[in-house]
Write a protein that binds this ligand. Sequence first.
Ligand SMILES: *[C@@H]1O[C@H](CO)[C@@H](O)[C@H](O)[C@H]1NC(C)=O
Ligand SMILES: *[C@@H]1O[C@H](CO)[C@@H](O)[C@H](O)[C@H]1NC(C)=O
Ligand SMILES: *[C@@H]1O[C@H](CO)[C@@H](O)[C@H](O)[C@H]1NC(C)=O
Ligand SMILES: *[C@@H]1O[C@H](CO)[C@@H](O)[C@H](O)[C@H]1NC(C)=O
Ligand SMILES: *[C@@H]1O[C@H](CO)[C@@H](O)[C@H](O)[C@H]1NC(C)=O
Length: 445
Amino acid sequence: MFASAENVLILLCLCSLHPTFGQDCPSRQELQGSLKQVQKLLSAHETTCLQSLRNLKKKINVLHSSAGKQTTKTINSTCPKLDTPSNGRKLGKSHSAGHEVHFLCDPGFELVGSESRVCQDSLTWSGQSPVCRDINECASSPCLNGGACVDEVNQFSCVCAKGWAGATCQSPVPTFFITMTNISATTAAATTLPAATTGPFVRPSRCSTVQGTTHCTCEPGYTISGRDSYTCTDIDECELFHNGQAGRLCLHACANTPGGYRCSCPAGYNVTRDGRSCKDIDECATRQNNCTKDHMCINTYGGFQCVRVDCPKIPHATYVKTSPMRCERNPCPVDNKACSQAPNSFSYHYLAVVSNLSAPRVMFRVSALRPIGDTLRFSLLGGRQARRHFTVQRSDRLTGQLMLVSPVQGPATLEAEVEMSELERRVQLGRYITKVTMFVSPYEF
Ligand SMILES: *[C@@H]1O[C@H](CO)[C@@H](O)[C@H](O)[C@H]1NC(C)=O
Ligand SMILES: *[C@@H]1O[C@H](CO)[C@@H](O)[C@H](O)[C@H]1NC(C)=O
Ligand SMILES: *[C@@H]1O[C@H](CO)[C@@H](O)[C@H](O)[C@H]1NC(C)=O
Ligand SMILES: *[C@@H]1O[C@H](CO)[C@@H](O)[C@H](O)[C@H]1NC(C)=O
Ligand SMILES: *[C@@H]1O[C@H](CO)[C@@H](O)[C@H](O)[C@H]1NC(C)=O
């Protein structure tokens, strides 16, 4: 098209380049014929020229419009808007390609569908649109004793069958419960309820209504149990005060009873007046012993002992009972040294103690009433057992004492002998033996 236009121009120029056209020019007719031909040629060229221009314009328009279309396409690179599910939330605002949005459901609802969706390059969302569905709290059949379950948002409620109450219909309603009486603000109507049919450790509560508000209380020893106030359950005092700061509830054994507790004591003890401690029964004083006439009854903690004081049989000396607890040596023949060196007397003492008695502690004292001679000596006789638990010390010039040096766990019977000897210029004048028997009880009381 351009080429043909250029040709036309050249032709025109050719003509104008001939200013001297008239000199040896062809004839007028010839010239006019040529001009007509040129005119024809030019108009033909003009038509094609215009046609091309029109085509060109069209092409430019097409290009222009297609270019415009392309720019609008690049601007719109987001995925379609996503709705927030009802009863839920949508996290993430960007809807452009590559971004993610997340969905959450309100409490009591569960999500069905995709929890997360991604805006893909195709400008569509991945996954399925989520829905928040109400969770069925009744699915686990929470209502007891024939109660009907009503599913609510995030919770359930029970419609209890007749005779049952509580959040899950767990409590029996006492038959005569409750006369609701509306009274003045300051006074309350109390409705005493009959004993429930549910056993001694469960009782109905005592409820009163003041201006529409119900307050329930329990008998002493009972407490409102759990979520509903219709039932009182027994307080286990033994458990509650097991190791209380004020000491144990019971000195020995505790038994829970409906609405209370009872302390008990081991055999040989009686419960004290306050009902919590144990006191020893004096079997010797109350004829609750079977000691025969030639025995002595010794009361011990939790029991008694029948003891018989027999004077010792030792060579060269004989003894006679001068009191129920004492034996004295009969006079010795003259010049019988073996006899005169035997102990002058044996005294017997019985002690009753509790187990695990703290030590050291003085158990017994021996004194010389009228000292003769210049020296008094005290010593511990007896075997290894006596030495393990006892020692003998002088407490003043005329007195020695038997000391317990370590606690003894009962039940046990320990024996120790304390010897007191009188000397005059290192010569023994007399020996006096005290036999101590200690009855240790099985308990620390
Ligand atoms: C472009 O965006 C509009 C609104 O933002 C939307 O309606 C349209 O569907 C989008 N086009 C494409 C091809 O995604
Ligand atoms: C008791 O009083 C409350 C308002 O104080 C009222 O709503 C209720 O119906 C009354 N009940 C009876 C049994 O009169
Ligand atoms: C224990 O005490 C009760 C009353 O406190 C009394 O009746 C009973 O005889 C006592 N038992 C003994 C063995 O002393
Ligand atoms: C007393 O009775 C008990 C049995 O109850 C018996 O073991 C014990 O030997 C009796 N004591 C005396 C001194 O008879
Ligand atoms: C003995 O008594 C001590 C202190 O009084 C105490 O710590 C200990 O547990 C008791 N032992 C026994 C066996 O009861």
